[in-house]
Design a protein. Sequence first.
Length: 132
Amino acid sequence: MTSRSPTSAAFTLSQTLAALQADATVQLLPFHERGRARADWLIGIRMFSDDASLHGSHWERHPRGDEILTLLEGCLHLILEGSQADTRLTLRPNQSFVVPRGCWHRLEVAEPGRLLFITPTTGSEHRLRKEA
């Protein structure tokens, strides 16, 4: 499903990503085609039930831009890596957080739910979490 006119039919952000194009248009594509997006930003909704549903087992960062996380339902712990100590924040429904460009972070599920994300399309980096 690719569209230059997303208003011609209803779609679900939990099954379809919205890629924001430089010319202010939107490309819709299935989650599994994420790598095909030719856009700076992706918007989607991720349903989660446990840490494996997100990226609880590894750290992630976005060197090309900030990431916006908005919790729609459930409860999440957002862990931001710091030079001295990690910062642990709890996100509850209707709360948002901007993860700064280049900041290593990961998510832990406290209660199943849904997460809205606006993230840079390319350049994300991942590394495995080392247990303390």
